[in-house]
Design a protein around this ligand. Structure first.
Ligand SMILES: Nc1ncnc2c1ncn2[C@@H]1O[C@H](COP(=O)(O)OP(=O)(O)OP(=O)(O)O)[C@@H](O)[C@H]1O
Length: 231
């Protein structure tokens, strides 16, 4: 279980996150929602060790992750799929997948068949350069690369952004499968409301760097949530 407590984060003198609490459980999708600029990406970056935070703590299964470090977070089991995907354009699909090995012990450095079961298109395109894939295929590659690390937490930053509907559906199916398997805590930052609403077990709504709603699905009214996370 991922536990974020009292997280505050600054860019220069501007405080962007003000004491965020968030819990994400294995086998559940925690959707982090809110309008542009409320701090969703900053929160994921902090959890992934990509940006220092000012105060607060991040713990995985009761163990504090300590000072922010992308490598330490990845080693601990936190995988991050950034907004914009960050696929290496000149490297092949296979090489992009293998770049996920960096945080794994040598004995675990193989691409499991499971990855190609989840994303069959990547098997066909193994030798193709990352930059030559469509946006949707790149998004699938970015998720696959994150799963290579056998994470306990999967952070997804706007996985549907700029992607055509049939691939959005496939990505939704993969997220559902991962949830059903129950091993991974999924934190989904998403502006496509219906996509997030369909998948999420818990909703966390942010406004101006603060949590304004945190509730399980059963306690959330769709229209009320939509009003809170829309402009
Ligand atoms: N590197 C940075 N330096 C300074 N300010 C930043 C930086 N990155 C983000 N910000 C600011 O921090 C605030 C939160 O940004 P963040 O990207 O976390 O929001 P967001 O909710 O993910 O937005 P979006 O939905 O548009 O991606 C915004 O006001 C943004 O302008």
């Amino acid at each position: 279980m991922l536990e974020v407590r009292g997280l505050t984060l600054k860019y220069g003198q501007s405080r962007i996150l003000h004491g965020i609490d968030l819990v994400a459980r294995p086998g559940a999708v925690t959707a982090v929602m809110g309008t542009n600029g409320v701090g969703k990406t900053s929160l994921l970056k902090a959890i992934a060790g990509r940006h220092p935070f000012e105060a607060g703590s991040i713990a995985l299964d009761g163990r504090d992750l300590g000072p922010p470090s992308a490598y330490a977070a990845a080693r601990a089991g936190i995988a991050y799929v950034p907004q914009g995907r960050e696929v290496f354009p000149l490297m092949s699909v296979q090489e992009n997948l293998e770049s996920g090995f960096a945080c794994l012990p040598a004995g675990d450095r193989g691409v499991p068949d499971r990855i190609f079961e989840l994303f069959p298109v990547l098997k066909q395109m193994r030798a193709r350069r990352g930059g030559d894939l469509s946006g949707g295929q790149q998004q699938q590659l970015a998720i696959a690369r994150a799963l290579i690390t056998r994470p306990r937490v999967l952070l997804l930053d706007e996985p549907t952004e700029g992607i055509q509907p049939n691939i959005i559906q496939q990505i939704g199916e993969v997220i559902s499968q991962l949830r059903t398997e129950g091993e991974i805590a999924i934190v989904l930052v998403e502006q496509y409301f219906d996509f997030a609403y369909r998948l999420a077990d818990t909703f966390v709504a942010l406004n101006r760097g603060e949590v304004v709603l945190s509730a399980p699905r059963a306690e959330v009214d769709r229209e009320g949530l939509l009003a809170r996370v829309s402009i």
